[in-house]
Structures are given as C-alpha cells and as structure tokens.
Design a protein around this ligand. Sequence first.
Ligand SMILES: [Ca+2]
Length: 222
Amino acid sequence: MTNVALTGLARDLAKRAAEGKPVRIGVIGSGEMGTDLVTQGMLMPGIEVVKSGPAIVHHGDTMDFSFAVRSIGNTPLHDVKVTDDKCSPVSAEPVTKAGGDQDAVLEDGEVWTYTCTMKVPTHGASEMDPLCNIVTATGSDEQDNPVSDTDRHCTDIIHPAIQVKKVADRATAQVGDTIGYRFDVTNPGDTGLDTSLLRHRLLGSIDREPARVIVCIGVECS
Ligand SMILES: [Ca+2]
C-alpha cells in the first residue's frame, strides 16, 4: 500500500485505524513534489432500516409490516438480521433484494426487504393505542464490526361505534293518532363515521315497520 514509512501524524492515524478508532480520512503526502502520496481511509460501516405498516386498523385485523434495509456506510455488510419488538417472526431472509448482485452481502445500492405479519391484539382497557413497535436491523462489516439501526412505526387502532335512540313525541296515544319519532344518533367511538347513508337507512328501517306501531304505549315503541 505504501512505499514510505509512516511517521508523526500519519503513524498515529494508522495506529488509530488499526485499533478501530474513528479516523474519517487521513491523507498523507511526503517526498519532493508530493509524488509519494498515501491515502488512508478507514471503514465507516452503517446500516439503515425503514419500517412500513398500516396507519389505521381495527381489532381482529391483520397487520403487514415491511422493513427496508440498506447499507449507508462505505463497506458491505453480512449476517444482516431483522427483529421487531412486537411482531414475530420477521422473515429470516429478505423477501426481496433490489439492486446489486443478489448475493448474501448487503452492498451499496442494494435494498433488502423483510416482512412480518401479526394480528391486532384483542381490545383491552390498558391496550397500547396507537400500537407502536420498533424494528432493529443488525449486521457486520468486513472486519466483523457490528452495526445496527432501529425504526419505529405506530398504528392507530380505531373503535368505530354508533348509537341510536328512538324517542316518541308522546308517551300515550289513541287509535288514529300520529306519533312523531326522533332518532338521536351519536358516535361513541373514536373515529369518524360516514353518515351519507344514515338518513336513508333510518328511513328504510321505518318503512319496514308494520303499521301497527302507529299506536303504542310508552317511549320504547317498536
Ligand atoms: Ca450484494
């Protein structure tokens, strides 16, 4: 690599590099006219994982997560593994390998995608909502130095609900009287509801009621 003996700062930088200590780039020149130039660069391994998953789910739904992993350093990575603190098992191997040579080494320009599937846990008073989980990707560089990265994804668990209360405008009536009804519709859930068909469905339910309900006693006429 070199035809000069490293001295002074160059020697110190080389020593730091040999010990695995941070040396971003050392450029050392010696000799007349700068004809002998030694460039010492050290490995700067890095890994990045980006997690994707559903934004909104219901209890009982299935959540599909994907984890895109790439090298962000200047050295290939091997023995890449992905785990998740809530979802298990994550695929042991990438389900897709984009870019590069498709071999077992994660190199610059390559993106490996892992997946995991889990059911939304059953509802509970102390449930985590939104449900947040953390993925961890690990690997090793050419010198077997470990690298890791994490990413967090949160999914909102929604609990849609609707409540309707039917209220008659009188408590008693005689045969032939007309009874007016009011329908109080509320949303006790934690997510908005599409009410565009609400009126239609309420009227539909009224239409299906037999005529006998015209006369009834008490508020709960049905
Ligand atoms: Ca590769």
